[in-house]
Design a protein around this ligand. Structure first.
Ligand code: ARG
Length: 280
């Protein structure tokens, strides 16, 4: 008898706890994504944290140092958020989920070396550009590949859903045998270093950094000047109210020298501000 009562008590306690946990879960889901109010300065005093997402597998732009996300994009984001007066948290969710969370509005913004292009602007909004980039080809030192055209007939590893994949497909067609797609750029480079691919196509900063930091892998970077110049932007849900403030904050950190300082600290060279400003 005693036992039965205890069982009933215990199971109703468990159900109660479960209900509580799931209630917390849903309330979190429904409030995030509506965080389109500035944390301060709008007069409404709602100190909401923006959820900003990234794929921290893309050094030197965004990568993990222990469990800390570091890199150029991370520094830029922090300066932009400070200038805009927003409270935020940056969360490493991987690349493909970014393109689910932004349209689903479970994230307020994404920063992840995301190229602003015609296809994407149909579905997402972007800030004004904050970085110029170009895709380059990473190959073994002794590779005969000298240009994009030389990739024909070769096997190319790319990160799925990137402009690197698009460029590879333009040259090779959508041939799954010759284009190996990976969830992260790190995995694409691993495929190359273990001999499963002849080349990787990815953003210049990333492939250059990898070749430089891993001399024992004997890799070199090939530039094909026919690859288009690209610009990164902070990606937002369509119609996001954050855009105007974020754009102004980007302009502000460029004008007050913060951008140049961050650029120099990260890359050791001067940024070409004019090329960015021409895009505004
Ligand atoms: N710039 C390229 C693109 O937008 C690649 C970006 C990949 N970023 C990353 N964090 N993995 O398609």
């Amino acid at each position: 008898m005693k036992n039965k009562v205890l069982k009933v008590l215990l199971s109703s306690l468990t159900i109660g706890l479960l209900l509580l946990v799931s209630a917390c879960g849903t309330s979190e889901k429904t409030t995030s994504g509506t965080n389109e109010k500035p944390a301060s300065g709008s007069g409404d005093n709602s100190h909401k944290k923006l959820r900003i997402v990234t794929d921290a597998n893309y050094a030197p732009m965004e990568s993990l140092d222990g469990d800390k996300i570091v890199g150029f994009d991370v520094d830029i984001l922090d300066a932009v958020m400070k200038a805009a007066g927003y409270d935020y948290e940056l969360v490493n969710i991987g690349w493909d989920p970014i393109f689910v969370e932004i349209p689903g509005k479970t994230a307020d913004a994404a920063i992840s070396s995301i190229t602003i292009n015609e296809k994407r602007i149909k579905t997402y909004d972007f800030s004004i550009p904050y970085f110029e980039s170009i895709n380059k080809i990473l190959v073994p030192n002794d590779s005969p590949i000298q240009s994009g055209a030389d990739l024909k007939g070769k096997t190319v590893a790319v990160q799925n859903g990137t402009t690197g994949q698009e460029i590879a497909e333009k040259i090779l067609g959508k041939d799954p045998q010759h284009i190996k797609k990976f969830e992260s750029n790190v995995l694409a480079i691993m495929e190359l270093t273990k001999g499963g691919a002849d080349a990787v196509v990815a953003d210049n900063a990333v492939v250059e950094e990898y070749a430089k930091n891993n001399p024992n892998k004997n890799l070199k970077v090939i530039t094909d000047t026919s690859f288009p110049s690209e610009f990164y932007g902070i990606m937002l849900p369509k119609g996001s109210k954050l855009k105007a403030n974020i754009d102004n904050a980007i302009k502000k950190i460029i004008d007050d020298g913060t951008y140049t300082k961050i650029y120099k600290d990260n890359f050791g060279t001067e940024p070409n501000i004019d090329v960015l400003k021409k895009q505004f």
